[in-house]
Design a protein. Structure first.
Length: 562
């Protein structure tokens, strides 16, 4: 029976396990660590990962990516003949990871720890748990991504230190400040932006190209929009390695070609860089640690490869950030370390990890009978968990028979601008206004479970409610999602490499013209025939031959970004 750690990312996802030799990434069906978080429909068959990524351009109407960004919302994506919630799309990615991991381990997975952005709110965390449940993955624990990265880094770095984890992935940004001492890794503060990631820098490059060639995004076909996004991603990666890079693409009837310089990209990205500064400054202020006292700045997430991002961190903290940690894999490795901690593995016997509440938890109340309700904090953000805090509240009306404890998560004064977790209703004896009250106690643990207890001050009567890591989907909705996904077929593991190659070939074919297109068409037909009729050894040779043709026609295969 196996327990695994999973990094469910915006761009790529990974799965890892804890071994006697430390954390280990488990390969997918292609033998690769990174599985693109992309889903595509091909009839009743669902493609996940590299094959789906290749189909973003050729089959944009049945392929979807970056759905992590709308976890916890009611938004649905039309995907083939039906609509999918983000939870269902994430479940397909998790199912693919689970299947490959069970093949690699030779045993079923019985438990998993899944990482989430530290600044995911309660709705987004519950959506992640719903995705795991739909995928058939038992998940009792979520771990914040920068906390996971800190675990992986902390095991590697033996010395005591205060360090900051700068986690910029494809769609989210998190920052955590930690203090490592006497075998304890204590999270001092966390902050972030769930709507800021590497994809925003990619989209900025796409907008720069459109403006340069007097084109409008809305006027492009779906296929051209994805081709533009793919080009922008390639340019972003290229500008991380060199000071300028050339491009050429035909969008509609317009031939676009030119050179993008890193300097102009960085100038255009100043607004995004300012958005990165805000969570950094908030985390530093909340941690009560002076920036000069931070010993290490650890860069996590593929988007931190951009020189402008590393330069920002260097300017703010007066030291070069650490770049030897693999930004794409460190979160998954840290989730696997958490697996080892949970199992009380002997190699981790002296390691203790503490975390914090990423958002303020409070109660909506009126300060007077004629005032608007505001949120009164009970547990403030970045309080070390587990924690228990209480505040008294009193009635505002004469003969009030009930107190409604409305529980909210967030930093805003107005209740409607925060996330409502639910209500606890408590009966109180009728009395003049202000004579009756309740003592409201919040108890919040490291697994994100909040218990709310209200004790009537005059009688001692107690009401309580647990806001656990459940899901916002009903049992009927979960059952319906399971049934719908059960009718979708994942291709056999041994065929996945062929599906990826065919998807790539179709994408390259769509971009070619003339003799090269004819040559590739013949090669695709021949490849399909050979893998259908041949022995395994001949199929390997057929793959090698088609791959060689594609490498010649398409020297920059897509999918190596964050």
């Amino acid at each position: 029976m196996a327990v695994v750690g999973i990094d469910l990312g915006t761009t790529n996802s990974l799965i890892a396990c804890w071994t006697d030799d430390g954390p280990r990434i488990l390969p997918n069906a292609l033998g690769e660590d990174l599985t693109p978080s992309v889903v595509s429909m091909d009839g009743d068959e669902v493609l996940v990962g590299a094959a789906a990524l290749e189909r973003l351009v050729t089959h944009p109407d049945v392929t979807v990516a970056a759905f992590k960004g709308f976890m916890g919302t009611d938004r649905q994506v039309r995907h083939g003949r039906r609509s999918f919630r983000a939870e269902e799309l994430s479940a397909l990615v998790l199912s693919s990871l689970k299947r490959a991991a069970e093949t690699a381990l030779g045993e079923p997975i019985t438990d998993a720890i899944v990482s989430v952005p530290a600044y995911f709110n309660d709705l987004q965390r519950k959506a992640t748990l719903a995705a795991a449940r739909i995928a058939g993955l038992p998940v009792e624990r979520l771990i914040n991504e920068p906390t996971a990265a800190a675990l992986a880094y902390g095991l590697e770095a033996g010395e005591e230190a205060q360090f900051l984890v700068f986690d910029l992935g494809g769609g989210t940004f998190d920052v955590s400040i930690l203090d490592k001492y006497d075998g304890v890794m204590e999270v001092r503060a966390t902050a972030g932006d769930n709507r800021l990631g590497g994809n925003d820098f990619r989209d900025l490059l796409a907008e720069m190209l459109l403006a340069r060639h007097d084109l409008r995004h809305a006027a492009l076909s779906p296929r051209d929009r994805h081709r533009l996004a793919r080009l922008a991603e390639e340019l972003k990666l290229g500008l991380s390695r060199q000071i300028e890079t050339e491009y050429a693409i035909t969008l509609g009837k317009t031939d676009c070609a030119g050179t993008i310089r890193r300097a102009e990209f960085e100038e255009a990205a100043q607004t995004l860089l300012r958005r990165l500064r805000l969570p950094l400054e908030r985390a530093v202020a909340d941690s009560q640690i002076h920036p000069e006292s931070i010993d290490r700045v650890v860069m996590v997430g593929g988007a931190t490869r951009m020189p402008m991002v590393r330069a920002l961190a260097a300017r703010l903290f007066g030291r070069l950030p650490l770049t030897h940690v693999d930004p794409d894999r460190v979160v998954a490795l840290g989730a696997a370390v958490q697996v080892g901690l949970k199992a009380r593995h002997r190699a981790l016997a002296d390691v203790v990890m503490t975390d914090v509440a990423p958002f303020t938890l409070g109660v909506a109340a009126r300060r007077s009978i004629d005032s608007d309700p505001v949120v009164i904090p009970i547990i403030e953000r970045n309080t070390v968990v587990p924690v228990s805090r209480a505040k008294p509240f009193f009635t505002l009306g004469d003969d009030q028979a009930e107190v409604v404890v409305a529980v909210f998560q967030g930093e805003q004064l107005k209740p409607e601008n925060n996330v409502r977790l639910g209500d606890l209703r408590v009966a109180v004896p009728p009395a003049p206004a202000g004579h009756e009250g309740v003592d409201v106690r919040f108890t919040y643990d490291i697994n994100g479970i909040l218990e709310v207890q209200a004790t009537v001050l005059s009688t001692g009567a107690v009401g309580s409610k647990v806001f656990a890591n459940g899901t916002d989907l009903s049992e009927a909705e979960i059952a319906a999602a399971l049934d719908a996904l059960a009718h979708l077929k994942l291709p056999p593991i041994e065929q996945e490499e062929n599906r990826v190659l065919v998807a790539r070939a179709e994408r390259v074919y769509a971009d070619l013209l003339g003799q090269a297109r004819t040559v590739l068409a013949d090669a695709i037909v021949l490849f399909r025939r050979r893998i259908a009729d041949s022995e395994p050894r001949a199929a390997v040779q057929a793959r090698d031959e088609l791959r060689a043709i594609l490498d010649d026609l398409d020297p920059r295969p897509f999918g190596t970004g964050e």
